[in-house]
Design a protein around this ligand. Structure first.
Ligand code: HEC
Ligand code: HEC
Ligand code: HEC
Ligand code: HEC
Ligand code: HEC
Length: 199
């Protein structure tokens, strides 16, 4: 199937889906109902980063909260990658004998920002925002807010990113395509209007 045909087919499929979705305007659920993605392998390539940053050591072993480093997600579109100054808050003293930390310190001393490569990147014509999703799945949930920790936050991020506690550098493991976004919106009361995601 060529691209144009696929594009039109998509449009028709989702126009049909929209009618169903609107009439079923789902009741709000406190937990994320995982949309079952269509079968297949969504794993993106392993992105080679300037420093192999181990998510597992920080989050699974040392229990550092995702939101401590990805601070902006609560208030803005982007979750953000932490600045080197945040790393140095710990690594001025922690593991300073390790080669990766020496490389980190070198960037810091040269006042160079670390050129982290993007892992997840939806096309520019798609509007996505962390703020609304984190509000819905974390901050509107009283129980969760009372118990904010890496082990309560990570499963929410995992709905869209996989479980980072089990990864070193981040890797794309979810489809991140329109069918996937729409399936979750249908299951959890997210918007179905085209213009909410396409501006
Ligand atoms: C809140 C403290 C803290 C912050 C902030 C932090 N780290 Fe760490 N990091 C640790 C701890 C603790 C370890 C485990 C050290 C050990 O086991 O020897 C670690 C380990 C590492 C290691 C593995 C070192 C090795 O080879 O064993 C790397 C690489 C690393 N950190 C990079 C970073 C980078 C890059 C940042 C910023 C994006 C960062 N860290 C921010 C606490 C922190
Ligand atoms: C509803 C799905 C969803 C949830 C939940 C989610 N993300 Fe994301 N995240 C995305 C998408 C989609 C992108 C790509 C955005 C783009 O390309 O503009 C992304 C990108 C990112 C990025 C790259 C930089 C940026 O902000 O664009 C980071 C870091 C990130 N997410 C961290 C997190 C963390 C941490 C959590 C949990 C606190 C989380 N995300 C929860 C879907 C989600
Ligand atoms: C100590 C700081 C730190 C902590 C804690 C941390 N991250 Fe990260 N995160 C980073 C850095 C640095 C990168 C860039 C390197 C990479 O892609 O792995 C990153 C990258 C990411 C990305 C990919 C961004 C992109 O380009 O698309 C996602 C998603 C992400 N983190 C989610 C999480 C989640 C979920 C947690 C909690 C389980 C978490 N992170 C905890 C520092 C951190
Ligand atoms: C884990 C389930 C889930 C996934 C996956 C998901 N969303 Fe959502 N999204 C929701 C829910 C639920 C809401 C409604 C939040 C609320 O009630 O405020 C929402 C809200 C939104 C909004 C806010 C609309 C407004 O009111 O401003 C946008 C935009 C959006 N999603 C885009 C996307 C895009 C684009 C993707 C795919 C890249 C995506 N979402 C993936 C569950 C999800
Ligand atoms: C919940 C968010 C969301 C909603 C609602 C949504 N889309 Fe999309 N759409 C996306 C995402 C994400 C992509 C990018 C897909 C990719 O990269 O594979 C996309 C891509 C597309 C494309 C390009 C397809 C391609 O293969 O390049 C078209 C056309 C499109 N959408 C039309 C629509 C129409 C028409 C509607 C309303 C019936 C709609 N979308 C509703 C998220 C959404």
């Amino acid at each position: 199937m060529n691209d144009t045909l696929r594009r039109w087919l998509l449009t028709f499929l989702y126009l049909g889906g929209l009618l169903v979705a609107t009439s079923a305007a789902a009741a709000e659920a406190p937990t994320i109902k995982y949309p079952v993605p269509p079968p297949g392998d969504y794993n993106g390539d392993v992105v080679e980063q300037p420093i192999e940053f181990p998510h597992d050591i920080h989050t699974k072993v040392n229990k550092i909260n995702c939101l401590y480093c990805h601070t902006y997600g609560r208030r803005s579109k982007v979750a953000g990658i932490p600045p080197t100054s945040k790393c140095m808050g710990c690594h001025r003293v922690i593991a300073t004998d390790k080669p990766r930390i020496q490389k980190l310190t070198e960037y810091w001393e040269k006042r160079q920002s670390i050129p982290w490569k993007k892992v997840h990147d939806v096309p520019d014509f798609v509007h996505f925002t962390h703020e609304k999703h984190l509000k819905k799945f974390i901050f509107d949930n009283e129980d969760l807010v009372q118990n904010l920790s890496v082990d309560t936050v990570a499963p929410v991020c995992a709905a869209c990113h996989g479980d980072l506690r089990e990864m070193t550098v981040a890797r794309k493991v979810k489809p991140m395509n329109m069918g996937w976004c729409v399936a979750c919106h249908e299951a959890n009361g997210g918007p179905g209007d085209c213009w909410k995601c396409h501006k």
